[in-house]
Ligand binder design. Structure first.
Ligand code: AMP
Length: 604
């Protein structure tokens, strides 16, 4: 059931959304029926359903799974077996998600048809915003979009991030708008594999067309702020290019140069001077509004872990509305925000019932791991939670759920790992606030580090100080986004073995500890840090002895039970952070970039 939508037809799109949301249940039932009809004969489903495509049997027999359970099937496909083991439609590529398994990105199956399903969702976005913001057709969007490295699997399938896959597709290149009048970045600058050249060229194009720009954005807030930082570091050179009409020689990508020559076709010293006068001011507060004065909003996702960037975005944008338009993942595109101008803290996403078959595992607030723990507790518990999973239209207002998807691409009852809360309904379709991703403690860009990864990395680093008779007695962490790019901060309390006192810390050793942690973090972290440079050097702040006792006192005063107290492995509260920061005796940064290479598939 593949729908199409004409993004130039505001009224038609509105009606389509009304139709889908009014008939949410019927659409969901049809979607499941169709997925099972098509895929009942795959090896995976046959193992549970013996060829049946009955919903009741599906709910009873098909297990709710994590990535580890489907990984062997995905790897078989990557290594050349037929996609028919999970999907009747051929798997056309594998999408590398930011979730990791064994330190490597998870690989999600995708099909040609799925690209059209994603395009459908993208096409809804502009008509929805048009309902709230007038006149967007009278100017351009400065969207800073980037591609990331990709690899070919032994079977010849491409493995790459979902956005790279979309930007490289003809669906993107042939998007229904006339790209020369709608976007400031020519496709060639977006598709340039060198991220620095890509960034430079896109900003140059955006600056040249500054008076035509009505909206600016990137996918996530972190990427947009990185672009602002890049501009802060490079505006003189950008202005000089505009002044002379000549693109810097280090821009060697032929596609970029040709595209830029069409836009930067003559020297324009007046434009360069006006940009210089804004950029050279001491404060960059409100720089977005000053450089792109007609901008009506900033289109970036600021929900979930991206909420940490809201104050910085407010500073640079001068308080422009921040619009989070969609909620999506490598597994599946889920839904859209029907009230794009709502405050970031009020944003809810309406899951579109035609994208996949959605189920929801109820989760007790404050006990969000319960569903996971149950899964580990044997078959009968497993059966019980299978029965607890509810359909899209049966979720209850105010309740928390973990999202499960069954897709056309070979994922069945797959745990996405996101916790959502029901905030309301649009017709019969529930709307959800994104609460958080399960287990993630630290995230700066697309990295998602969980407690286990952090512990593993800290354990490696401990080995560096142990020969010096120095013990790590407690640690916690914090994502510091006060500067761009943000970086991970670890708070360490140290103690000398025996009675000796902690002497002056050797900065070389502590810097080694920082690098060791970075080396031990997963490949998405290392890519962001070493290749994309979207994460800054990891920092260890050593705190005075007794600091973690003070932290515990604070947590207990705020309601934690003394008996059950566990050191939080990530600090979110301002007060707790102050307790730690006020006791810092030394701060050390990693001096090396961690090793990163495009990953290799196991067994290849
Ligand atoms: P990936 O698997 O790398 O494609 O990342 C997908 C994940 O990013 C989702 O499962 C969410 O955890 C997060 N995400 C995507 N869109 C949003 C959004 N609009 N708000 C909050 N988190 C999001």
């Amino acid at each position: 059931m593949l729908l199409s939508c004409d993004p130039n037809d505001d009224e038609g799109t509105k009606m389509l959304i009304e139709d889908l949301t009014k008939n949410a249940n019927q659409v969901q039932q049809q979607i499941l029926k169709e997925i099972l009809r098509r895929n009942a004969d795959t090896e995976y489903l046959r193992g549970f359903l013996e060829g049946s495509s009955e919903k009741e049997l599906f709910k009873k027999k098909v297990p709710i799974v994590n990535y580890e359970e489907i990984k062997p099937y995905i790897e078989r496909i990557a290594n050349g077996e037929s996609s028919q083991i999970i999907s009747a439609e051929p798997i056309s590529e594998l999408l590398t998600s930011s979730g990791t398994s064994g330190g490597q990105p998870k690989l999600m199956p995708s099909t040609v048809e799925d690209l059209d399903r994603k395009t459908f969702l993208y096409n809804l976005l502009v008509p929805v915003v048009n309902q709230y913001v007038d006149g967007l057709g009278q100017g351009k969007g400065m969207y800073l979009l980037f591609v990331k490295p990709e690899i070919s699997t032994p079977s010849g399938l491409m493995a790459r991030p979902v956005l790279t896959s979309y930007y490289k597709s003809s669906n993107f290149r042939n998007r229904p708008f006339n790209k020369f009048t709608v976007y400031t970045s020519p496709d060639e600058t977006i598709l340039c594999p060198d991220s620095k050249q890509s960034m430079y060229c896109q900003l140059l194009c955006g600056l040249i067309q500054r008076h035509e720009v009505l909206r600016v954005g990137a996918v996530f807030a972190s990427a947009f702020l990185r672009a602002i930082k890049f501009l802060e570091d490079n505006w003189q050179e950008l202005c000089s290019n505009i002044k002379t009409g000549h693109v810097s020689d280090w821009i060697t990508d032929p596609g970029c140069r040709i595209a830029l020559m069409k836009i930067l076709d003559q020297p324009n010293s007046k434009l360069a001077e006006s940009i210089e006068s804004e950029c050279s001011q001491r404060s960059w507060e409100g720089i977005i509004k000053r450089l792109w004065p007609r901008t009506k909003y900033v289109d970036v996702i600021v929900t979930g872990s991206m909420a940490q960037y809201i104050p910085t975005l407010d500073f640079y944008s001068g308080g422009l509305p921040l619009v989070s338009t969609m909620y999506a993942s490598s597994e599946c595109y889920f839904g859209i925000n029907l009230k794009p101008l709502s405050k970031p803290s009020d944003v809810s996403y309406t899951l579109l019932p035609n994208m996949a078959y959605f189920e929801f595992l109820p989760v007790e607030r404050n006990n969000e791991k319960s569903a996971h723990n149950l899964l580990c507790n044997g078959v009968s518990e497993q059966q019980r939670i299978q029965e607890e999973a509810v359909d899209l239209v049966n979720v209850k207002l105010g309740r928390y759920y973990e999202l499960l998807v069954t897709t056309f691409t070979g994922l069945y009852r797959y745990r996405v790992g996101d916790i959502l809360m029901v905030t309301g309904f649009h017709n019969n379709a529930p709307q959800f606030r994104f609460i958080h991703r399960l287990n993630v403690v630290l995230s700066i860009d697309t990295d998602k580090t969980n407690e286990e990864d952090l512990l593993k990395a800290v354990t490696q680093a401990k080995l560096v100080i142990e020969p010096l008779n120095c013990l790590l007695t407690e640690y916690t962490s914090y994502a510091d986004t006060s500067s761009i790019p943000g970086h991970y901060v670890l708070f360490w309390e140290l103690k000398m073995r025996g009675n000796s006192k902690l002497s002056e810390l050797d900065s070389g050793v502590m810097e080694d500890c920082c690098s060791t942690v970075e080396e031990a973090l997963d490949s998405v972290y290392r890519r962001c840090r070493s290749k994309d440079k979207s994460i800054g050097p990891l920092e260890i702040r050593v705190v005075k002895q007794g600091t973690f006792d003070a932290l515990m006192d604070f947590c207990v005063c705020n309601g934690s039970s003394v008996n059950q107290y566990k050191t939080p492995r990530c600090i979110k509260s301002k007060e707790a952070l102050e307790i730690l920061n006020s006791r810092v005796v030394g701060s050390f940064f990693s001096r090396k970039l961690p090793l990163w290479q495009p990953y290799k598939l196991e067994g290849c």
